[in-house]
Design a protein around this ligand. Structure first.
Ligand code: ADP
Ligand code: MG
Length: 617
């Protein structure tokens, strides 16, 4: 029987012939993998390595070079050679200000809140554009290998990446000509590569220890019914194999009486010694001593010296592991599997220390550089519908919500929520005696519904007449695994209810979704300002309404002066509401509230007194 796989997201039958590739877009190195004969393999380059250094170089003619060749320019032409761009993904200048000196290239400060740009000569690039260059290189590499075009990918990101960083990664994929079907957490990918999801029916707790070139991440995952959940993450964004190299260089500087100034002034010497240190580190993973001549001087180090030098660094990673375990509310004996990821976990002392800490043999049989990319390829294969017995877990690609007063979008199910899912919120009426309530359902990320996509609307009828604000109307969104959205509205005091069903993703392509997401980022600032103004106006209108009610109901209790002053303040507020200065509106609301609060208290006391008088005991 033929197997048909349905793409839940797009509501159409998936094209089996399309290969989906897996990409590990790393801080130091990136790689691409795919499934061949049911086996995940990473695509190797000329030098027999699958690693593409995540480095982009711009030569004098403005040509772009990525990978090993670009790495060679790191010391000779640092201004035009961009490394560690992943650290800048989805970040504003404010976010990176304190680590800016780490970068050898120029990061542009335009406006502290906006996303960073990188200046290369007189051109400006976003981290998204630079990452796209790395992705293009990977795309080329696999297309050459397979001799056919590829256009669909799964890309991995650290578990702690926020929405903006994930979105930036998606956008980079799009720029590189890749349809990014899924963003997968790196620790999840590593666990998939080890097939941990296939080992047992029972829930599993997994610690993924990832020590790369410049970053360290520990993630605690819970796997249940094929679903990975991140329980906790911790780490150090400036700790990795580069630090191992650095402590070796420091050791040689001391042992061989090298003038530290020479490291700063003599670039080619400093590069030579740094590269020798990395070779020393790598060779000490399998041998006991290392020795090499640099400019006629012997540089040597043995394993036990190296181990004592890196011991404090490993200790730091263990502290992060402890913190993550504490956050996850677990003890070490709760961990079922420990997975080793990243080139630096090849160092035997790292492996042994982590194995000791968790009291468990670690999973290290796969190449730690490749394991994330291999897992991404496996996830890609699942998405392509090629693997049996695996539940296709899906998320809603765009936020779902309703229109509220002023044309604002009120999100009820945020994008990237796992489906099936259910969420609800209570609303009320804005007019006295309101009998009907229109519920308009929208999809999208923008703050104003006019920029989002309307999915449908209905009217909740028969609300018993009540003063504005009294009805309790619960709106519930129920999204099932097929992307069918059920929207229910119910007035809780009277039990009147209505519901509709909508196919939320029908007819919307990944590209259109991507465009909507991109626009939401581009307009984020102005959207936010508009939302703030509209919200201030809504609040002001509510206050104006209740103030006029208050005046008519309590005329008898208030003095002429009090009435006069209240009217004056109401007028002032009305004036600001028609303007566009949200701060002025807020100020006028403050003034009115401040003046009327004691009056309202007095009125309440009088009214309660009256009620008591009328009561028969
Ligand atoms: P990232 O995830 O940051 O892109 P990787 O996982 O590719 O980084 O790890 C790169 C680091 O691994 C480098 O510091 C490299 O020197 C180190 N490394 C690679 N092989 C070995 C080895 N055999 N022994 C020790 N360190 C190694
Ligand atoms: Mg990595």
């Amino acid at each position: 029987m033929a197997k048909i796989s349905i793409n839940i997201k797009e509501g159409k039958i998936a094209d089996q012939s399309d290969l989906i590739i897996g990409i590990d877009l790393g801080t130091t190195n990136s790689l691409v993998a795919y499934i061949k004969d049911e086996q995940a393999i990473a695509v190797k380059g000329k030098n027999k390595s699958a690693l593409v250094p995540s480095i982009v170089h711009f030569d004098a003619n403005g040509n772009i070079i990525v990978g090993d060749e670009a790495k060679e320019k790191l010391i000779s032409d640092p201004q035009n050679t961009i490394y560690s761009v992943k650290r800048l993904m989805g970040k504003s200048y404010k976010d990176v200000q304190n680590v800016e000196q780490y970068f050898g290239y120029q990061i542009i400060d335009e406006d502290t809140e906006s996303l960073v740009k990188i200046r290369v000569a007189d051109r400006f690039f976003t981290p998204i554009e630079l990452s796209a260059e790395i992705l293009k290189e990977l795309k080329n590499r696999i297309e050459k290998e397979l001799k056919k075009e590829v256009s669909k990918a799964v890309i991995t990101v650290p578990a702690y990446f926020n929405d903006a960083q994930r979105q930036a990664t998606r956008d980079a994929g799009k720029l590189a000509g890749l349809d990014v079907l899924r963003i997968v957490n790196e620790p999840t990918a590593a666990s998939l590569a080890y097939g941990i999801d296939k080992l047992s029916e029972e829930a599993q707790t997994i610690a993924v220890y990832d020590l790369g070139g410049g970053t360290f991440d520990i993630s605690i995952l819970q796997l249940q019914d094929g679903i990975f959940e991140v329980l906790a993450t911790n780490g150090d964004t400036f700790l990795g194999g580069d630090d191992f190299d650095r402590v070796i260089v420091d050791y040689w500087v001391q042992e061989n009486n090298i003038d530290p100034k020479k490291l700063v002034e003599d670039k080619s010497f400093s590069q030579a010694i740094r590269l020798a240190a990395e070779r020393a580190k790598v060779s000490l993973s399998s041998k006991n001593t290392f020795e090499e001549n640099i400019r006629g001087v012997k540089h040597s180090i043995n394993k036990s010296t190296f181990n004592s030098l890196i011991q404090p660094l490993i200790q730091q990673t263990i502290q992060s592991c402890q913190a993550a375990m504490k956050d996850a509310n677990l003890t070490n004996s709760d961990i079922d599997h420990v997975v080793m990821v990243g080139g630096s976990t090849r160092v035997p002392l790292v492996k042994d220390s982590i194995s000791d800490f968790f009291g468990k043999t670690v999973n290290d049989s796969l190449n730690p550089d490749e394991v994330v990319a291999l897992g991404a390829a496996i996830q890609a294969d699942v998405l392509a519908g090629n693997q049996k017995n695996i539940l296709l877990l899906d998320v809603t690609p765009l936020s779902l919500g309703i229109e509220t007063v002023g044309g604002l979008m009120d999100t009820i199910i945020p994008r990237n929520s796992k489906v099936p899912t259910k969420a609800g919120r209570q609303y009320t009426t804005s007019v006295d005696g309101q009998k009907n309530l229109k519920v308009a359902v929208y999809q999208g990320e923008r703050d104003l519904i006019e920029h989002n996509r309307k999915l449908g609307e209905f009217i909740l009828r028969g609300i018993p007449p009540m003063p504005a604000g009294l009805p309790k109307i619960e709106i519930q969104f129920i999204l099932n695994a097929d992307g069918i959205l059920k929207v229910k509205a119910k007035e809780l005091r009277s039990d009147v209810e209505t519901e509709i069903e909508i196919r939320s993703q029908y007819g919307l392509s990944e590209e259109e979704m991507g465009k909507m997401l991109l626009e939401s980022i581009q307009h984020a600032q102005s959207d936010m300002a508009t939302r703030a103004l509209l919200e201030a106006r809504n609040e002001a209108n509510n206050i104006l309404l209740s103030s006029s009610k208050f005046l008519t109901q309590n005329e008898a209790i208030l003095s002429q002066e009090e009435i006069h002053k209240t009217i004056q303040l109401v007028k002032a507020l009305e004036d600001t509401v028609s303007g566009t200065d949200k701060d002025a509106i807020n100020k006028a609301m403050e003034d009115l509230n401040e003046y009327t609060t004691p009056l309202a208290h007095r009125a309440m006391d009088v009214n309660i007194g009256k009620a008591m008088q009328g009561k028969k005991v």
